[in-house]
Design a binder for this molecule. Sequence first.
Ligand SMILES: [Zn+2]
Length: 96
Amino acid sequence: MTDNPTENTMDDLRERLAEFVREYERACVYAPNTLVSEFLDSISLTHTITPIREPEHGTLYRYVDRKCRCDECRAANAAYSREYRAGLRREAGKHG
Ligand SMILES: [Zn+2]
């Protein structure tokens, strides 16, 4: 028994997920979407599911992955492209 509640929760979730996988394997069913949603239903009875926070605006991740095109995210992408091209020029200069 550990004093760390996070650790206990993680172990508990791992164990229960493993149980679900075993059950599906026994039934020889390949249904990952069903598995995941059933698992989430089951843990939501005993755990609070905290949604992962959306990446901040003005980050390249938000621009590329979330395809956000607000001013801040476009500016982040523009800054990245500028740096990337400058890096290429530096590389070319080194070898050329
Ligand atoms: Zn944005």
